[in-house]
Design a protein around this ligand. Structure first.
Ligand code: HEC
Ligand code: HEC
Length: 261
């Protein structure tokens, strides 16, 4: 009888082993498939050029969008690069971001973004529609983007600290700097901004003041060409020449978003 029970026990263990082995095979199969999906999703197909999109390209140039955005082999680095923007943002989002149509402005605030940090250029529908058509034709860089995270600490410790500003003044200055120093090229704030790095509106729930300010150093975003070389002027390197007081101001601003000091 005892022998019987031992055999039954061994059989149950054997069955459990087989079951978990087959489960793990199915699971790893699923993982592979998930990865396949990811690579398929990476191959973003931009819209084809049309007379309307070509008109949009001219509007892009005429309205100096490139002073803040790169869209190929040139452009600024204060806003997110627009190469392959259609892979990261919907047509509806882009439209709501750049038209001066009242309904669309409300839509942007309510649907996409609780709060606009700074006003973004907005154009009448007649110009915005072809402009969106143009943006949807922009392909992703051949090998995507390389995002270089913040590199070490800046050697800026020696600058004497300014006399301490009232907290609200410091927060307001930090908010302005956040835009002017190109943080939104990579980071989003309340849903608006770059999709290349963590969103920063809740960062003080994750990190301490010290951890945040230590992170505010040089970072880079590179558009990669066909054989992983950097594309001509594909380097998007926001100026991060920040002084200790500016770093403190930006940190004060980031902390203030969740009510911390
Ligand atoms: C003064 C700098 C500046 C100028 C000029 C500018 N932008 Fe922007 N743009 C930004 C910043 C910063 C962001 C990110 C934060 C935001 O969405 O408000 C942005 C976001 C965008 C986005 C959303 C991208 C994304 O991935 O979320 C689009 C699309 C866009 N801009 C298009 C344009 C177009 C088209 C023009 C020209 C009419 C233009 N921008 C002019 C700074 C600028
Ligand atoms: C070129 C892209 C890029 C730019 C521009 C950039 N960052 Fe970052 N940032 C990253 C990446 C990537 C990470 C995630 C890796 C890391 O923590 O270093 C990050 C992480 C952070 C974090 C930590 C977030 C977390 O949840 O752990 C903070 C805070 C931060 N950045 C602040 C800033 C500020 C402030 C600016 C503007 C002065 C800025 N960043 C500009 C790429 C960028």
């Amino acid at each position: 009888m005892k022998e019987e029970a031992r055999k039954r026990f061994a059989f149950v263990i054997y069955c459990l082993g087989v079951a978990s082995l087959s489960l793990s095979i199915i699971w790893s199969g699923n993982l592979c498939r998930a990865e396949d999906k990811q690579t398929a999703a990476e191959k973003y197909k931009p819209a084809s050029e049309t007379p309307e999109s070509l008109k949009g390209k001219q509007i892009f140039q005429a309205h100096h969008c490139a002073s803040c955005h790169s869209s190929g082999t040139g452009g600024g680095c204060l806003g997110p690069p627009l190469l392959g923007v259609g892979a990261r943002r919907s047509r509806e989002y882009i439209t709501a971001r750049i038209t001066d149509d009242k309904e669309q402005i409300e839509k942007f605030k309510n649907l996409y973004c609780a709060q606009e940090l700074m006003p973004h250029p907005r154009l009448p529908k007649t110009l915005a529609t072809p402009l969106v058509a143009y943006l949807m034709t922009l392909p992703e860089p051949a090998q995507g983007f390389k995002v270089g995270k913040h590199a070490g600490q800046l050697a800026i410790k020696s600058e004497p600290t300014k006399k301490t500003l009232p907290h609200q003044t410091s927060v307001a200055l930090g908010k302005k700097l956040f835009y002017e120093k190109g943080c939104t090229a990579c980071h989003s704030m309340f849903g608006a901004g770059g999709q290349f790095a963590p969103a920063l509106d809740q960062v003080s729930n994750r990190l301490t003041r010290e951890q945040i300010s230590n992170r505010i150093t040089q970072a880079e975003l590179l558009a990669l060409g066909p054989s992983f070389e950097y594309q001509e002027r594909g380097t998007v390197m926001p100026p991060c020449d920040l002084t200790p007081s500016e770093i403190k101001e930006i940190t004060d601003f980031l902390l203030s978003l969740t009510g911390k000091k």
